[in-house]
Structure formats: C-alpha cells, structure tokens
Design a protein around this ligand. Structure first.
Ligand SMILES: Cc1cc2nc3c(=O)[nH]c(=O)nc-3n(C[C@H](O)[C@H](O)[C@H](O)COP(=O)(O)OP(=O)(O)OC[C@H]3O[C@@H](n4cnc5c(N)ncnc54)[C@H](O)[C@@H]3O)c2cc1C
Length: 308
C-alpha cells in the first residue's frame, strides 16, 4: 500500500484530529467538496439537484461505530426520517447504511433488528436500503445479517449489500449472493487490509473487479458497478454491449464530488448513474478515506479553499 494512502487511513482513525476538525468551521468548509452538508435539509437540497441532472441518489448519514444502544437508535432515527422525507419529496433516492452505526460491534442482534426495521420501512415506501461494507472483520456478519433479512417474506427487494474486490473471499461471496438474488454494489474497497485477506497489489484488485463485474452483469439481478475507474467503466460498457445486456439492467455508482464530468458523460450516453451523497456532522473518517484514495485531492481542496 502506498505510503500516503496508509498515512491518510491512519489519520482517518485519529480521534483528536477528528474531534478538532469536525468542530471547526474551516473543517466543515474543507469537507464540503465530498460531503453535502451537516443537516438532513442539506442532503435533501443536494439530492434534488442531483436528481435534476438525471441521476439517482443514495443518501448516507455519516457516522460509524457507535458506543451505546441509545446512539444506535438515534442513528437509525435519522434513516427513518430520511426514508419519510424521500417519499414526501418524491426523490429518486435510496439510503446507504453502515451496520457499525447501528450497533454492530456492540451487539450484532441490535444491528440486525435495526436494519430489518429500516428494510420494513423502505418496503412500505417502495424504497431500498443498501448495507455498506466495512472492514474485513465484519464481512461475514454483514453477509449473515443481509441474507437473513433478504430471506424474510416481502423484504427481498428492500435490502442489498456491498462487495469489495480487494478481498480474496469476494468471488465466493458474489456466487452466494447471486444465488440468493441479492442486489450487490461492487467496489474496490476503502479500508486497510492485511495480505492474508486482501490482494496487496492494485493490479490484482482491478483484475478481480472486472472478473466480479462479469459475474454481476450476467446475473438476472440489478446491480451497481461503483467505481470512478475509467478503464473499468469502458470495459463494463463494452462487455454489456457484446453480450446484449441493456444499460437499464445495471447502474454505475460514484461518490458525490468525484469525477462529476464522468457522471454527466455516462448519463448523456444513456447509462444509469447513482451518486452516493453523504451528509452529517461526523464527516471526518469518510473525508480522510477520500483523501487516501487520491492524495492529490489535498492540493485540489486547498486550491479551492484559497479561491473562495
Ligand atoms: C458509490 C460508492 C459506494 C462505495 N461504498 C463503499 C463501501 O460500502 N465499502 C467500501 O469499502 N468502499 C466503498 N466505496 C469506496 C471504494 O471502495 C473505493 O475506495 C473508491 O471508490 C475508489 O476506488 P475506484 O473504484 O474509484 O478506483 P481507483 O482505482 O481508486 O481510482 C480510479 C480513478 O478514479 C478517480 N478517483 C478515485 N477516487 C477518487 C477520489 N476520492 N477523488 C478523486 N478522484 C478519485 C481517480 O481519477 C482515479 O485514478 C464506495 C465507492 C463508491 C463509488
């Protein structure tokens, strides 16, 4: 793993810096490139604007690893409000949820119950809950929870999962999830993982991403190809063309503020695009992972800040 990437991932876990950054107004300004704002109203405004550009949205209320049951319920409350607001405003948006924010590391049963109630709520408004994937110590329990909820009567179209191509286990997981008929978002993976569980070389992560993409595109389920990698996007488009897979059968997904040119181009070419829109006060770890992916973003953000 390149030194800068490791450094930013280490910084993403630094509590003092986090607490300072999230409270400072300059920090909030810095993060605005990748984060919609601090409040639900900010998320609604951005979602409406993204929808107007012809793109779908998934909303992420930022926050990870709560330390009490009360905090988990509070975080779930925000998602219930989001589902109601999305329905009331007729937005084209679903929600993305981290199970650690729902108490996974305190009590997996608590996180499972909360996720199920969110899936029930989503079903009642014709919506969908995507469970984000976190570090590899949580992959199996996340799979178990999503598969259990998906198997409940009426919930099969209300919940989906994320798979990371950097993990060795992902091919087997994709096979299992396709057999279950569960919607998958495929990404490369954003956490720091040891070579025992994840491909250390980026070229292997990319090759596995393509292999898994072929599996998803050939399955009858509607999946999300979540990447800003132009080579992967081009390869996906040509694979779909060659195999007669219509653009309506899958979607590309990208992060808010990243490669907006590419997002617009895909829409113009007739593809479905979903933008992942995070918001909330706990933006620091998310923001630092975005810097880890592309350390040049530091200069880019600093330049924009000076311009304002
Ligand atoms: C919609 C969505 C949801 C995601 N959900 C999860 C999840 O649940 N769990 C998880 O572990 N990871 C998640 N990720 C993050 C993902 O795992 C990668 O860390 C991230 O997308 C960067 O990988 P890439 O596929 O864009 O390819 P890379 O090979 O990293 O990048 C390809 C090119 O994309 C551009 N690019 C990539 N990242 C940035 C950036 N931050 N800023 C500017 N340009 C950039 C650059 O031009 C780069 O050269 C998600 C990503 C997306 C798009």
């Amino acid at each position: 793993m390149p030194v800068l990437r490791s450094a930013f991932i280490a910084l993403s876990r630094n509590r003092n810096l986090r607490s300072f950054a999230e409270k400072s107004s300059i920090g909030n300004k810095l993060s605005s490139r990748f984060v919609a704002g601090l409040e639900i109203s900010d998320a609604m405004r951005v979602a409406e604007s993204v929808n107007r550009q012809g793109m779908h949205v998934t909303l992420d209320s930022l926050g990870e690893s709560v330390t009490s049951e009360a905090e988990a319920h509070k975080a779930a409350g925000v998602y219930h409000r989001l589902l109601d607001e999305i329905a009331a405003r007729k937005l084209n948006s679903n929600v993305s949820v981290k199970l650690t924010q729902m108490g996974l590391t305190l009590d997996p049963q608590l996180a499972g119950t909360i996720a199920e109630s969110l899936a029930e709520h989503a079903r009642s408004t014709g919506n969908f809950v995507r469970i984000d994937m976190e570090d590899s110590s949580l992959t199996q329990i996340t799979m178990d929870i999503v598969r259990r909820i998906h198997a409940k009567p009426g919930l099969n179209s209300a919940i989906g999962i994320v798979i990371q191509s950097y993990l060795y286990r992902s091919q087997a997981d994709v096979e299992q999830l396709i057999a279950d008929g569960i919607r998958i978002r495929l990404c490369k993976g954003a956490y720091k993982e040891p070579p025992e569980v994840a491909f250390p070389k980026k070229s292997d992560v990319d090759a596995n991403y393509l292999k898994l993409t072929w599996m998803l595109l050939q399955s009858p389920v509607y999946h999300g190809i979540a990447t800003h990698d132009e080579k992967v996007i081009e390869a996906t488009k040509s694979f779909a063309r060659q195999h007669g897979i219509a653009p309506s059968r899958f979607e590309f997904q990208m992060l808010y503020g990243v490669r907006r040119d590419l997002q617009r181009q895909l829409i113009a070419d007739g593809y479905n695009v979903r933008v992942y829109v995070p918001f909330g006060r706990e933006w620091y770890p998310y923001f630092m992972r975005r810097l880890a992916e592309r350390p040049a973003n530091v200069f880019f953000i600093a330049k924009n800040l000076l311009r304002k």
